[in-house]
Ligand binder design. Sequence first.
Ligand SMILES: Nc1ncnc2c1ncn2[C@@H]1O[C@H](COP(=O)(O)OP(=O)(O)OP(=O)(O)O)[C@@H](O)[C@H]1O
Length: 843
Amino acid sequence: MTLKGEGKGPLPPLLAQYVELRERYPDYLVLFQVGDFYETFGEDAERLARAINITLTHKTSKDFVTPMAGIPVRSADSYLEKLLAQNICVAIADQLESPADADGLVRRDVTQLITPGTVTDDKLLRPDATYLAAVATGEGYGLALLDLSTGEFRGTQLYSKAALFDELRRYRPAELLLAPELHAQESFREGCCERFSVMVTRGRFDESEAQGALAGHFGALPTGLDTAALLRAAGAVLSYARHTQRGKLPQVTRFVRYDPSAYMQLGETALATLEVFRTAHAALGEGGRTLLSILDATRTAPGRRLLQAWLRHPLLDRELIEARLGAVEAFVQDGVLRREVRKALFKMHDLERLASKLVTERANARDLCALARSLALVPELRRLLGARGERALAALGERLRVPEGVCERVGAALVDDPPLKITEGGLIRSGFDRELDGLRARAEDARAWIAALEAEERAATGIPTLKIGFNGVFGYYLEVTRPYLERVPPSYRAVQTLKDRQRYVRDDLREREREILRFEAAAKGREYEVFGLLRGELAAAADAVRDLGAALAELDVYSALAEVAAEGRFCRPTFSEGALEIRAGRHPVVERFHPFIPNDLTMSPSERLLILTGPNMSGKSTYLRQSALIALLAQIGSFVPAERAVLPLFERIYTRIGASDDIAGGRSTFMVEMSELATILQNATPKSLVLLDEIGRGTSTFDGLALAWAAAEYLEARTGAYVLFATHYFELTALEGRLASARNLHVAAKEEAGGLTFYHQVLPGPASKAYGLEVAKLAGVPAKVLARARALLEGLEATRNDQAKGVVDALLAVDVSRLSPLEALQLLYELQDRARGLAPQPT
Ligand SMILES: Nc1ncnc2c1ncn2[C@@H]1O[C@H](COP(=O)(O)OP(=O)(O)OP(=O)(O)O)[C@@H](O)[C@H]1O
């Protein structure tokens, strides 16, 4: 690449990479690993970093082995979060024009600040996405979203307020139009403002008006607008955008119906506890340990975005999943092809972004060149995909259609390495536009006249040192050294005296100079015009470019998933009507950082409540999480970390794992736990996978036990869900035998002379004891404290056994399938009171 300021010496390689990355990913953050930065800039490193707001990271983990990384790199989003948690603002430096000298770099200003609170997954990956949203009611809620940066227009029909809020949280619209019936509800209006920090506006939500406006805009009413609520919302958004965004609205050429019922539902809680996009411990430096960071071997920004979208929306349609798996498998089997494809993809620019720059007239000449270079790579990719004769890949190859004429037009019109600015000229090849060529020739003639003048004047005046020079103050001038001053003819007008020479101008020289400037300005203007025409002409190909970009993104995700599967020895999952069998399953993230013991899991409609006991730290949560991650991976069409996996298709994964406070929301740990449990109990179905870990831990032992017991029974009898229930309450193991589909499992650990040994192995049957004090010993709790605890424990256990027996007997006597939820709750309260009355008094 060429940079302005060239000639001042080559760019340090690190900066050259930086510039390259900035150009490829203009909206992403760039992180430098500290060592490389210091190596390159020595003592100036810190000053420079401060001045351009680069964050230097001391992190040396595997995640940052690449010397420098454009975000999103593995772990980047959680890393960023960590910085934000520490209140460090991370800034993105402006495009660099003259980074050859560090000062030039320093003076370029920072254009975009990411401040705490503005980062979500979607916003981080698509920082320019600005959504305008509208909601109307009908049968549920119709939500229409228009992305003002790309013109992408989509709609969703949702059936609960919770689902609607999930969607709004995901997109974080800048402005939200509410239909009058919702606007009138103060609590709804204010709830939206508070939860999503969104500006709430009234909109026009008339159904027949919407129908007319949409049909008029698209030529016919787009399919998918099939509920009144959605139609009203879509109409409101579109007409509002047309009124308020006049001239700036990108082309809105199609409407996409997004149907949540086609996807597995993963609430924010499940995404968080499964650590799909971020870890619970991001602030502790575990930023890279997310499912996304493990899977993200994509080579392009659109691929990365698509992978994220897939992770958020695992599929329910078996055929679609199998089609994705087919493509992944083809790449798993052919490592050579995979490498070739990934190599080509790496050179690909972000076609989706380029397409939107085309339609919004923001593309510069470099963008068009990047587009042409990317399109030129496509035929080779097609050939590679077709050559293997594999159906899934050939079908993908077919979708890589290059819009006609774009490469040729760009190649003919633009120079190979155009400047960044489109107003300064130097973009258009000579021979492309006759008018431009004419203007350039006139300017060139004038320059040639001046160039010839030097020789002519030397001969005419006999001054051998006479020179023609140029500066910003006098323009062109004739320069004569002191010894020859008396030979200067009277037509020269002196303008500047220096120590040993004199400078002059002449009227005809001035005239030519003006001519040059005039023609040059006209040529620049013409170049700008020609460029605008070219860009306008190419905008017609924007949809085709976007389609191609989408197909390439898919290709990127398939090859990335295959890369991860091949490296991690993943297997292709298969699907069943109810049986679940995972052989030697692993946790895809944990196994990257520790030696991992694989475990099996078997479930079926007749064996679907698994009670998992075992000491702290034995691996219960890991086992729960890995099972859900395997199900999630399978349903996005990925291979899974196991030797064999047969799975039913889950419509929803629920998780209730770990204790968390909601300090901002003013809810205690126990309250958070109970409201999540309530959601699960109310909504789980036979197609749900439910993970429950330590239910009841946030309250006293007997309350907790009673609640856990009742919840397990209720889930078993009423929901038919597949439940993995990890618990410390050994009393719960009595459920096996009492409930038809309950089975005990435990994680093996052994007490030995030197302490507790964890085998991380999941085996049938209940655990033998709690080992809490042994774990405390391992963690370094002083011996005196442990001895006192042991004495207390003995006293407690003696009473507890009797009391617990009373509670357990009461629970065993109840047939939960005959209780209404209200009666069940009543019973719980009774048990709670009883347990309280029996509370043990330590001696
Ligand atoms: N199958 C496994 N192989 C190897 N290491 C494992 C395995 N399962 C878990 N571990 C490791 O053991 C540690 C404890 O795991 P985990 O948090 O799942 O235990 P736990 O039983 O849920 O503990 P607690 O009851 O305290 O929440 C983790 O550091 C994890 O990395």
